[in-house]
Ligand binder design. Structure first.
Ligand code: SF4
Length: 363
């Protein structure tokens, strides 16, 4: 069944915190307070455009600190969303918030209005890095909030960042390990972008902060995706959503100053993982491979090919290997069948040339 997310951005305009990377208005694309009328309009618009009436629909209050906004504002928005659940037009509600704005009272309120999923902005499991980014909470808050959220029966989601000031890939892998222990159902991974009007922009301009390159961000995200996937934790996003404000720094409207921005960041990460998988397969064979045939689920074809056919070109240029891609709906998403269809035989004797290699292991 198709699932739709109805995003309602709730900026925390009066947020007392001062996270180094945040300019809440640019990230959410919302410069005004979200009112119940505005929320209704957004939801209605969305519902009117959904053709598949049997699909699952979820209202998602994004913006980072839902439970930290004025209580009356929360109640208003939750009540509005809940009306759509009561009328059967929407199936669930999700919110995202800070770990230090979760307690029993807050969770009871969210339960009352049928919120199903709570995503916590964790960013890092390292207290020094959290402090360096002015987050205003520690990892202990994340642990406490995560346990409480699960105990109350909500779906738990975590959001982490890659490339925070003074953080390196080992810190980020340690964050993923610490999060896995808290058993989230889902995660989002965001590489840090330098956004206009933030403290990070100042540090960047003064040469104190150096953002990750695109390649560095992809390499770390690849490891994190592998770790979470191995534990069957759903990865709902890798990279910030491309909007008018969050777009290529060269665009006039873009609020991004620097950092590993790419409109198809997740595809770059997943394609690179497919490339690694094919190369590792080839390297295990004791022959010089000329052509590889890979059969995957149709959903994976684009990632195997790579952004702008990058994987095909790179394999040819680096290993002189041709990659042939076939589709088969019977193969599970993420799985594949690899067959070596041609090997270079120039340096083999006549008997050896007869050798046919059939390698159909899954990767
Ligand atoms: S990211 Fe930090 S500064 Fe920005 S709204 Fe959330 S808590 Fe406030």
């Amino acid at each position: 069944m198709k699932e739709y997310i109805i995003p309602v951005f709730v900026p925390h305009l009066g947020c007392p915190n001062d996270c180094i990377f945040c300019n809440q208005k640019s990230i959410s694309g919302q410069k005004q307070k979200m009112t119940k009328e505005e929320a209704k309009k957004t939801i209605e618009n969305f519902l009117n455009n959904i053709k598949d009436k049997d699909s699952k629909k979820e209202i998602a209050f994004f913006g980072g600190s839902f439970t930290a906004i004025e209580e009356s504002e929360q109640e208003e928005l939750l009540q509005t969303a809940n009306e759509y659940i009561q009328s059967g037009q929407v199936d669930s509600i999700r919110i995202s918030t800070r770990p230090d704005y979760i307690n029993k009272e807050i969770l009871k309120r969210l339960k009352k209005y049928n919120v199903k999923t709570i995503e916590l902005g964790v960013q890092s499991a390292n207290d020094y890095i959290l402090g360096r980014s002015n987050r205003g909470h520690t990892f202990k808050d994340v642990q406490k909030a995560s346990k409480l959220i699960r105990w109350y029966g909500f779906n738990l989601g975590h959001q982490m960042m890659v490339g925070l000031p003074e953080s390196n890939s080992i810190d980020e892998i340690n964050t993923a390990k610490a999060l896995i222990k808290l058993k989230p159902k889902m995660v989002r991974i965001y590489p840090v972008l330098v956004v206009k009007g933030t403290k990070l922009e100042k540090e960047y301009k003064e040469g104190i902060y150096e953002p990750l390159t695109l390649v560095q961000a992809i390499e770390t995200c690849k490891q994190l995706v592998r770790m979470f996937s191995d534990k069957k934790i759903e990865i709902i996003r890798v990279g910030l959503q491309n909007t008018d404000e969050i777009s290529n720094p060269k665009n006039k409207q873009s609020e991004v100053v620097a950092g590993p921005f790419h409109p198809a960041f997740r595809q770059l990460v997943e394609s690179s993982m497919w490339y690694d998988a094919v190369v590792s397969k080839i390297k295990k064979l004791n022959v010089k491979v000329q052509e590889v045939e890979i059969t995957v689920n149709p959903i994976d074809v684009n990632n195997v090919i790579g952004h702008k056919r990058e994987n095909i070109t790179k394999l040819k240029d680096t290993y002189e290997v041709d990659l042939i891609i076939k589709q088969d709906e019977k193969i599970k998403q993420g799985k594949s069948k690899i067959e070596i269809t041609k090997i270079y035989t120039d340096f083999l004797d006549e008997n050896e040339k007869e050798v046919k290699i059939k390698d159909k292991q899954k990767i």
